[in-house]
Design a protein. Structure first.
Length: 450
């Protein structure tokens, strides 16, 4: 059976002459979030027979407005995009495919691939656009039943079309996975409620309270005070007649209550950072954080980034080979790999090469130019010859160098000292022999008998 062509996506209004919509999209319902609605969305998505993720994914769209959540998400996506991918066959880059990997569609494709970790899955359909470039459609997740493998005409329906009926379709993720956003949603909900209470607290206790008094019998004065009050902003105001008593009782723990709101806000942000990045110190500073602890947590975050990159390579090398073949790109006998960037520190490289040359290890000038990235002069050979001539011209005679003269003086000094010591030894030897000849040697058998 021939497979259907392109999946068309649009709203309820279909322009005249356009093909019938495969998928009718509906705007997300943004509502006041609380834990009851969160649990309702989770239960609907986890339904065994007829999973319904509409409410859950509407909530995902809503919480992604949160600044901290969107920033840690963007950080993971940026880490996956920053290392260039290329296709190699027999160890050599294939430029025909690598041009495709540098195109805009592939840049956006990496984002949607990493999003499959956050949402639970992603469903793509690839096609060639009018200019001949590869492009793709991300099928709206609310119109996909990943458990039964169906594309739903409208969100929330229990029947649909199997996505295997369409050509060049790619599913990434797990059918029943709810994604990292399910873990982060409760903390975003707590943050919003905390911010609402904090804002109300600041409005009540952070603004000065105005007091108006009027004569109880003067109704016009009371009405005039009400008009003045409405024109002077939303700060708290008390109006009472003269003769009545007004006491303002302030909360004794205002500063403590404010700190409590702040700590809850910070704790929710920390938990979101742990869910997406595995740490907190690479996004925000901590009073108890140290450089060594930050380094350890950064290594953990790099492991997560490497996992995202490996996911991308697995999809390209194992799941998309047939799609590339159908698009006219030959991927047989090759593989997609990451091109690790060279971290060049010119100062360190120059220091290492200098030490190697001083130690007698030959290092070519071409190696220096290649490692440092400094362009090699076009008249390199001529400049090299001129430098060699200058070095030969300024080489001093070893006999006239200060070092040679110093060594000669030391040698002469030691020679004079040795001669003096030798002469002293000879003088002592002669004196000792003269004394021995003056005295007569005693007989061996004792004293003479006179």
């Amino acid at each position: 059976m021939s497979k259907k062509k392109k999946i068309t996506i649009g709203g309820n209004i279909n322009p005249q002459g356009s093909p019938a919509r495969t998928v009718i999209i509906t705007q997300p319902q943004r509502f006041f979030l609380d834990m009851q609605k969160y649990m309702s969305g989770i239960r609907g998505a986890e339904n065994v027979d007829f999973t319904n993720r509409v409410r859950l994914y509407d909530m995902y769209e809503d919480i992604l407005i949160d600044g901290h959540l969107s920033s840690v998400r963007d950080k993971r996506i940026a880490s996956a995009r920053n290392i260039r991918i290329e296709f190699r066959r027999n160890g050599k880059p294939d430029e025909e495919i690598n041009v495709m990997l540098r195109s805009p569609w592939f840049f956006h494709f990496i984002e949607d691939l990493v999003d499959s970790v956050f949402w639970g899955f992603s469903l793509f359909q690839f096609y060639r656009d009018k200019s001949g470039w590869i492009n793709y459609e991300l099928i709206p997740r609310k119109n996909v039943d990943p458990v039964r493998g169906l594309i739903l005409h409208r969100q929330g329906e229990i029947t649909g079309t199997p996505w295997t009926d369409f050509r060049d379709v790619l599913f990434v993720g797990k059918p029943r996975a709810l994604g990292k956003l399910a873990n982060a949603a409760p903390y975003v909900i707590f943050k919003r409620n905390d911010m609402a209470d904090w804002a109300q607290f600041c409005e009540i206790f952070g603004m000065p309270i105005r007091e108006y008094t009027y004569d109880a019998e003067d109704e016009e004065a009371r009405l005039q005070i009400l008009d003045d009050m409405n024109e002077q902003g939303a700060a708290a105001c008390f109006i009472h007649p003269k003769g009545s008593e007004l006491k303002l009782l302030e909360s004794a723990g205002k500063s403590g209550s404010s700190d409590l709101y702040d700590k809850l806000y910070e704790r929710c942000n920390n938990e979101i950072s742990k869910i997406f990045l595995g740490n907190t110190l690479t996004t925000e500073a901590s009073e108890r954080g140290t450089q060594s602890l930050g380094t350890v947590q950064e290594k953990g975050e790099k492991k997560i980034n490497e996992s995202d990159r490996q996911l991308i390579l697995n999809v390209l090398n194992y799941d998309m080979t047939d799609i590339f073949e159908s698009m006219g790109y030959n991927t047989r006998g090759g593989e997609f790999v990451y091109v690790e960037p060279k971290e060049t520190n010119i100062t360190v490289i120059a220091d290492v090469i200098t030490k190697m040359r001083n130690a007698g290890t030959p290092v070519s000038d071409d190696t220096f130019y290649e490692l440092t990235g400094i362009p090699k002069p076009e008249n390199y050979d001529l400049l090299k010859a001129e430098q060699q001539e200058k070095r030969n011209a300024v080489v001093p005679d070893k006999k006239d160098t200060p070092d040679s003269k110093t060594a000669q003086r030391k040698e002469e000094k030691w020679k004079d000292l040795n001669d003096s010591q030798t002469e002293s030894k000879n003088y002592l030897t002669r004196f000792y022999n003269h004394i021995r000849r003056f005295f007569v040697r005693a007989p061996k058998n004792g004293a003479l008998r006179w």
